[in-house]
Design a protein around this ligand. Structure first.
Ligand code: FA5
Length: 329
């Protein structure tokens, strides 16, 4: 093959090359140590005439420089193409509308519990909690509700297969657990989940939340309770809220009251919590001397508080997991 033929052939090949790997193959084939140009150079030895050898040698070197330059340029073009391809893949269309991933948020019940805790903390209350699985002793007996007492019917519960365990029907057992460990004076609130074996309707769920409150000190009275609970409602509803005490009955408080509230935006009295002065027998059960100490306790339904605050008509909405409901708060 003549040198000019080789040059022509290589020019054509290079024109068709699609990527850097192919180009590299051609480079080795032509310009490599054992490549075609080397063969031409070796062939020079056979030419005897000096003049002729020089001329041929010059021709070969020129062809070599030409092809080297050709390959270099092609290399540049291919490298730029590659870069453009990569950039295209990573391209961001800045004219697209922004897509912000929707962040989750705390459930309304959790948020409300935290808010209630803040209000009571400011009044010197600590936050306590207790187990959702309870023994009948803490849920009933220690609260002065002995077996066969008709009041047990008020709190029909779920019993666990493992005998003598139940799902607590109220947060009141936390009172007992706390007073067993701590001596008065004490002020606590205890929010948490409770369970009742009963039919559901717009204001009753089988699972809901309560917040328990307990204050034991020297000479604590219902008057103290009224002041504290009024302060709580004013803060919680962010407005002056009327409250009313009605006589009631709980085995663990004496006297017992039911508390109704009337927020400004409604003109109805709404029942919201049970409360009373801690029964002397309950104090005695946890070895606190009822002649020396007195206390009040209360238990409110958290969903009911939220329903009033946000005008939610049905308690079952809290547990449906419907995002249209959840995202509103
Ligand atoms: C009790 O559970 C008492 N432990 C409260 C108490 C505590 C009294 C300390 C005295 C001293 P009661 O069963 O009334 O009481 O429930 C208290 C509140 O829980 C009710 O006022 C209501 O707001 C809420 N509640 C009761 N049952 C349900 C239910 N099925 N679904 C939603 N909320 C409920």
């Amino acid at each position: 093959m003549e040198l000019f033929q080789l040059v022509e052939e290589v020019k054509e090949k290079i024109a068709k090359v699609k990527n850097l790997a192919e180009l590299r193959e051609i480079e080795v084939e032509i310009l490599g140590r054992k490549g075609k140009i080397s063969l031409f150079l070796k062939g020079l030895k056979k030419i005897k005439a000096l003049e002729e050898r020089r001329r041929k040698g010059k021709e070969i070197n020129e062809a070599k420089s030409f092809l080297t330059e050709l390959i270099r340029r092609k290399e540049e073009i291919l490298a730029r193409q590659l870069e453009e391809e990569i950039l295209k893949k990573e391209e961001i269309d800045i004219s697209q509308p922004g897509i912000k991933p929707r962040k989750g948020h705390l459930h309304l019940i959790t948020k409300t519990i935290w808010q209630i805790e803040e209000i009571f903390k400011k009044m010197g209350f600590a936050v306590a909690d207790g187990p959702e699985i309870e023994t009948p002793y803490y849920n009933f007996d220690a609260l002065n509700i002995p077996e066969n007492h008709p009041a047990r019917d008020l709190w029909d519960t779920f019993w666990l297969k493992k005998k003598n365990y139940l799902l607590r029907t109220h947060t009141s057992p936390v009172q007992i657990r706390y007073m067993e460990k701590k001596n008065p004076p004490l002020r606590i609130i205890a929010p948490g989940k409770v369970f009742r074996y009963e039919a559901t309707d717009a204001s009753h769920e089988i699972q809901f939340h309560q917040i328990e409150g307990l204050m034991v000190d020297k000479k604590v009275s219902l008057g103290n309770f009224k002041a504290i609970i009024k302060e709580f409602f004013n803060e919680f509803f962010s407005e002056e809220t009327d409250i009313r005490f009605r006589p009631s009955y709980f085995p663990f408080t004496e006297p017992s009251v039911e508390i109704d509230i009337k927020p400004k935006k409604t003109d109805k009295w709404l029942e919201i919590m049970g409360a009373g002065m801690v029964h002397p027998k309950v104090l005695a059960n946890v070895k606190i001397n009822p002649l020396e100490w007195t206390g009040f306790a209360f238990g409110a339904g958290i969903e009911r508080l939220i329903m009033i605050k946000y005008n939610i008509p049905d308690i079952r909405l809290f547990y449906k997991g419907d995002l249209r409901f959840i995202r509103q708060f």
